[in-house]
Write a protein that binds this ligand. Structure first.
Ligand code: PLP
Length: 423
């Protein structure tokens, strides 16, 4: 459930008409609903608690939507942060998320990033490979610390979803194998600068079927038991993120309640372990929309209609990159008969097409449309391609809203560059 609905003919975010934001702040612009973010986090947490998983660490995956106000909204409810770079750790800290709720993941952490994470005192560094383990041990040694580590294991299950976001097969670059995990865990347990806490997995994103999760989690439980049988201490089990959301064109995927019940079933009777989860999309996707204005309606003589928007693939890359579907709704509701349109941005690439032959009510230049379910992997993946200023963001709370990332001016955009001295 989310807080975007039509009231009195106008699409609202909570108690705020979206047209008011478009008029006041301009388009393109991302708009997030505080109530929806909070609701999604609490539903996810409560489902896990109810399923008997104790007091899990819910480390929101910062990469899905990394705006500090979004992080602060979730952090205030007790969320932690799953981070994949020093920049994301810094964002989490800026949002007052305490280090003991920060997880540091990622396949290519640099020496500098590892040192920063260790000095910050993050809760766990999720180690993805043997070379990385060596680097973490070395950096921890230089700092005179014991690094809290969790081994990211590749459970070798196919999780469906788009190939670019599936991560749980042995052929993907993520994590160590089960065989390696046991050997590395044992070695690390005897290392003066490593403190292995447990194991982790993350099998992919936008997973709309519980079966691959169940297969992976069953294997992870087996690994915990196998490690314990070797006399090793395992106190943490991080099950990653990846739960999918409805993007309106498919049957609804399982929700947090079904997911949590399955985890509870798989983990029943496993004691002395703190569970961690790293949800991103399921928290943020349906808590945000991208607003865009129609620039032109271009009809080809042979009948094809193009709706040219002021938003482009640099603002929302998911359709171009993942063939993703976003529902597109006019912010002023109408019951006029839909016509088939290709919805495109202004960038000179055919890939800058949001959708083809979509039935939409007739729209005119100046009308505002909302790309629904754009709160995750939307603004966070935006760029300045075509020298378009980075898309701004707004957070709504009831009938008020705040610009939480402003639209840069052209001067600001150019100020980051210094012409070479010889030019
Ligand atoms: C991307 C990612 C997540 C979040 O995935 P969602 O599909 O957004 O829930 C969690 N953990 C890791 C390690 C990731 O790379």
């Amino acid at each position: 459930m989310n807080h975007f609905e039509v009231r009195g003919g106008e699409l609202h975010c909570e108690d705020t008409p979206l047209s008011r934001i478009a008029d006041a702040v301009g388009t393109p612009i991302y708009v997030y609903s505080r109530a929806t973010l909070e609701r999604h986090y609490l539903v996810f947490r409560d489902a896990l608690v109810e399923a008997g998983l104790g007091d899990p660490l819910i480390a929101y995956a910062v990469k899905a939507n990394s705006n500090v106000s979004v992080l602060r909204t979730l952090g205030n409810l007790g969320a932690g942060a799953d981070t994949v770079s020093e920049g994301e750790i810094r964002r989490a800290l800026a949002a007052s998320i305490p280090p003991d709720r920060i997880v540091f993941s990622g396949v290519g952490k640099t020496r500098g990033e590892i040192a920063f994470a260790l000095r910050t005192g993050v809760s766990e560094i999720n180690v993805e490979s043997e070379p990385e383990l060596k680097l973490v041990a070395q950096v921890a040694g230089e700092l005179g610390l014991r690094a809290p580590i969790v081994f990211r294991v590749n459970p070798d299950v196919a999780a469906g979803g788009h190939a670019k976001i599936a991560t749980g097969k042995a052929e993907n670059k993520f994590g160590v194998s089960f065989a390696e995990a046991a050997r590395l865990y044992a070695n690390a347990s005897n290392h003066p600068h490593l403190k292995p806490l447990g194991v982790a997995c993350h099998i992919g994103s936008q997973i709309t079927d519980l079966a691959p999760f169940e297969a992976a989690f069953t294997r992870m439980r087996g690994l915990v038991e196998a490690l314990r049988a070797e006399g090793l201490t395992v106190e943490r089990l991080d099950l990653g993120g990846g739960l999918g959301v409805p993007y309106f064109n498919r049957p609804d995927p399982p929700g947090p309640a079904e997911y949590a019940a399955m985890v509870g079933r798989v983990m029943a009777g496993l004691t002395d372990v703190r569970f961690a989860f790293e949800p991103g999309r399921v928290i943020a996707a349906n808590a945000g929309v991208l607003l865009a204005r129609v620039v032109h309606l271009h009809e080809r003589p042979e009948g094809r209609r193009f709706l040219v928007l002021d938003a482009a693939m640099n603002d929302l890359i998911r359709p171009a990159m993942y063939d993703a579907f976003h529902d597109i709704r006019p912010v002023r509701a109408t019951d006029a008969i839909p016509v088939l349109c290709d919805v495109v941005g202004p960038i000179c690439e055919t890939g800058d097409t949001f959708t083809r032959e979509r039935p939409l009510p007739p729209l005119n230049p100046g009308d505002v449309v909302a790309f629904m379910s754009a709160g995750a992997y939307g603004a966070a993946m935006a760029s300045e391609y075509n020298s378009r200023p980075l898309v701004p963001e707004v957070l709504v709370d009831g009938d008020r809203f705040a610009v939480i990332r402003k639209r840069p001016t052209y001067d600001e955009m150019l100020a980051a560059e210094t012409p070479a001295e010889w030019l």
